[in-house]
Design a protein around this ligand. Sequence first.
Ligand code: HEC
Length: 470
Amino acid sequence: MTSPQKLKDAATEFNTSSQYPVPKGWKGPVWKIKNDYPQPFSASAASGYEGLPLPDTSVEAPWMKIDFMKNPLEYALMVKEYCWDGNRSVDFVVQDNTVRQWYHAPWMHASANGREPLKGLTFERSIPAGEFASGQRSALQNWAIGFYNAPGASVFGGVWENPSLPVWNDNLKFPPGTVVFKLLLTTAKDEEVPTMKGSPAWRAVICPQPDPAHAPSNGAIRDDHDSPVRLIQVDWATVDERSPIGWVFGTFMYDSTLENITDPWDRLTSVGVMWGNDPQLDQAAVDAGEKPVQSWINPRAEELRKMLGGMRPSWGYNGRLNGPADNFISACSSCHGTAQSYDAPLVQSGQLVKNKWVPLNEKLTMTWFENVKAGETFSVRGALSADYSLQFTIGWTNYKTWWNTYDAQQKEKKTGSNKTTLLALPTRRVVFRRRDGAAEAEEKRMEKLLEQISVEDVPKRAGPTFTWEF
Ligand code: HEC
C-alpha cells in the first residue's frame, strides 16, 4: 500500500514549476507550468487513441500540404509560424495564448538539470570553447524550454491521468497534428559570436561559471541571481506520416545579418530539416563523396557556419542536420530516436583526435543512424518507446527516481544526511551563494559530494536508466 502522504507528495511534485528559488529582490513574473493536459485523442490512423476527436490537420496543420522533401524551407516556415502564433506576443507564457492551447512537459523540474524559476528553462548541452565560432573563447551555457500543442500534450494526459500515479505501460505514439518546439538560449556574447548581435534576451537563474572556458557538466549548482540568456536556436518537430520515421525535425538559428527584420524573435535562419537518419551513409559512403538525402541543410546556414569559423566540421554527423547548440557527432532524429523507457545513450561513442571525430566502432555508430519508426524502440527489447520525446523520457525518469527513493529521502530529512537525497536530485533544493563568502566551505563540501556521483549514476541506481550524454 502506498502511503497517502506519498501520493499527495507525488501530486505536489507534478505541479511544481521549479525546485530552485526565485532570487531575492526579483520583481518580474515567475514561470508556471501548464500541465492540465487534454485526454488522449482518437484517430483512425493512430491506433490506441480513444477520446477526443483529432483536429482536422488540413485546417490545423497546413504544412501537411507541403512536400517537405521538395520544399523543406516552406514547410519549416509554416511550422514556425504556427509555433509563434499567439505565443510570441505573450512572451511564450502559453497560459496567455488566446489562439490555441500549448503545454509544458511534466516532471522536468525534478533533476539537477531541472527547470529554473523565472522562465522554466532546463540546463542543456554546453557549447565547448571554439566549437561554434573562432572567437568563442568561452564555453557557452545553453538553457531551453519546450512546448507541446494539444495533440502532443494529450499523450501526457493519457499517462498522467492521475497526477499521483502515472501509468506508462505501452509504447507511446503521438497523434497526427502533434507539434513540439523548443527555444534555446545561450550565454554567448556578441564579441565572441558575431551572429548573436541583437538577439533577444530573457532573464534566468543559470549556473555559476568561474572559469569562462569551461561550462559546468550539469546544472546542479545554481546562481542566487538572475542573468541574461539570449535566443540562439529554435527546434521544432512534427508528426508526419509521410516521413520514414513518422516525424519531421527542423531547426532555426538566430541570425544577426537579418537586421532589417524588426522583431528580433523573427531574425531566424532555417538551418535545415530532416526526416530520417540516412542509414546507408556510413563512413565509407561519406569518403566516396555521398551526401545525406534525408536531411536538407539550408545553403545560407552553411555560409554562416563557415563565416563563424568554429571547429564544427558540419552541423550534424557527416552532414546530417543538427543545430548550433548540438553536438556535430549526432543529429536531431538519431538522438531523439533513443527516447525509450531505459538504457539508451543519446550519442555514439568515440573521441576527438585533433578536432576530428573518431568513432569507437563504425558498425556500432551506424546503429544510431537506423531509422527507428515512431512508436518503436531504439535498442532494448522489452523497453517501451517514448516516440521520439526526450522530454517525456526525462520527466518519466525524474518521476521514477523520485518515487523509488522516496522512503530514503524521508528518512534523511530526519537524520540530516543527504547522500541519497543527492541521488534523488529532485529534493536537492540547494542554491550556492557564490557571492557570499561564508558559504564557500559548504560549497566545497557539496562539490566534493557531487564529484562522487555523476548525473549519469542517478538513474542506474533507481528506476529506469537514462544516460545523460550529449
Ligand atoms: C544528443 C541529443 C540531442 C540532439 C542531437 C537533439 N536533441 Fe532535441 N532534445 C534532446 C533532449 C535530451 C531533449 C529533452 C530535454 C530538454 O528539452 O531540455 C530534447 C528536446 C527537444 C524537443 C522538445 C520535445 C522532445 O522531444 O523532448 C524538440 C522539439 C527537439 N529537442 C528538437 C530537436 C531538433 C530539431 C534537433 C536537431 C536540430 C535536436 N532536437 C537535436 C536531445 C537532443
